[in-house]
Design a protein around this ligand. Structure first.
Ligand SMILES: NC(=O)c1ccc[n+]([C@@H]2O[C@H](COP(=O)([O-])OP(=O)(O)OC[C@H]3O[C@@H](n4cnc5c(N)ncnc54)[C@H](OP(=O)(O)O)[C@@H]3O)[C@@H](O)[C@H]2O)c1
Length: 292
């Protein structure tokens, strides 16, 4: 990875593991997150493990389009090119409906719209790379997801799990549509999706909480969780392997894609629906005010 520059969103969990692995492999890594203290902590842990690491922290709040735009324009000025963008950061199932700074449902806004806008802002830097890759992190939850165009922001009725599934399905549809647009427009970007199966991170604690019904069930079924370092493998495979092609989707290979080593993941019919993907893209351009 020497000579490759990578941007990873998320300072903890899978984002940290991706940043650590890419740094160890010699990439120039930017960790982007909303909490500077966690960012500095991630840097010091990486440098402790890999003293030669070329790793930096930049402030980015995906729940604020202003922050995403500032980050994008800073990076486009500072960097000659961005070779790898891992759209990873996310929130899962806050029990009550919460909003981003711009008034969008928090999960759709952070997991999907924030990364949609980020990718659009970084497009000039990505296009300067000779083999750029954009990795979108989806989830097994995307299988149950549905894009509810009549109530995208869950205003009429909020279900934490439905809104999470919708946001993760949107990430997967975005990955596939970005690949189609990259091919049609000659952007040269390989857009690849990945998911980590079920991995032990802070996602539950940061969302519904460890004492919520799903938190208690998860504690009892802790054996189902694989370590974050292993959950990061499909993301890293998508970001670095010559075998990962644009438009592909990768996840763990065992027990219904919940654990194991990187393999082709199943793309549902809904995720493959190119007509809905175009509609979602156009709606997203309108909501974010970012055009590619
Ligand atoms: N863990 C799993 O089993 C699993 C399964 C399927 C998919 N995923 C996906 O994997 C991705 C990473 O999650 P994780 O498991 O590593 O969870 P995590 O440990 O909770 O990490 C999520 C990261 O996202 C960051 N983040 C949240 N909101 C943000 C915002 N507005 N702006 C910038 N950063 C923000 C968090 O920052 P703070 O530390 O500041 O909160 C944290 O660093 C997510 O997209 C998730 O949907 C995870």
């Amino acid at each position: 990875m020497k000579g490759r520059s990578a941007v990873v969103t998320g300072t903890g969990g899978l984002g940290f593991e991706c940043a650590l692995a890419l740094s160890r492999a010699g990439a120039d890594v930017t960790i982007a997150g909303r909490n500077p203290a966690k960012g500095w902590d991630a840097l010091s842990r990486i440098k402790h493990d890999a003293p030669e690491a070329r790793v930096h922290f930049e402030a980015l709040d995906l729940a604020s389009f202003a922050s995403v735009e500032q980050f994008g324009s800073r990076l486009c000025k500072e960097k000659e090119s961005v070779d790898i963008l891992i759209n990873n950061a996310g929130v899962m199932m806050p029990p009550t409906r919460k909003l981003t700074e711009d008034g969008f449902e928090l999960q759709l806004g952070t997991n999907y719209l924030g990364h949609f806008a980020l990718t659009g802002h970084l497009l000039p830097a990505l296009r300067k790379s000779n083999q750029p890759r954009v990795i979108s992190v989806s989830s097994i939850a995307a299988r149950q997801g549905k894009i509810n165009f009549d109530d995208l922001q869950s205003e009429k009725s909020y279900s934490a799990i439905r809104a999470y599934g919708q946001s993760k399905l949107a990430c997967l549809m975005f990955a596939l549509e970005l690949q189609r647009r990259s091919e049609a427009n000659g952007w040269g970007i390989s857009s690849i999706a990945a998911h980590p199966g079920i991995s032990r991170t802070e996602l539950l604690a940061n969302g519904p909480g460890r004492m919520s019904p799903i938190g208690i069930i998860s504690n009892a079924m802790g054996f189902l969780f694989q370590p974050a370092v292993q959950g990061a493998l499909p993301l890293l495979f998508a970001a670095t392997s010559l075998m990962a092609q644009g438009g592909s989707y990768h996840g763990p290979d065992r027990m219904g894609e919940t654990r194991g080593y990187p393999a082709a993941a199943k793309v549902s019919q809904k995720a493959n629906d190119a007509t809905s993907a175009v509609r979602l893209w156009e709606v997203s351009e309108g909501l974010t005010n970012v055009a590619f």
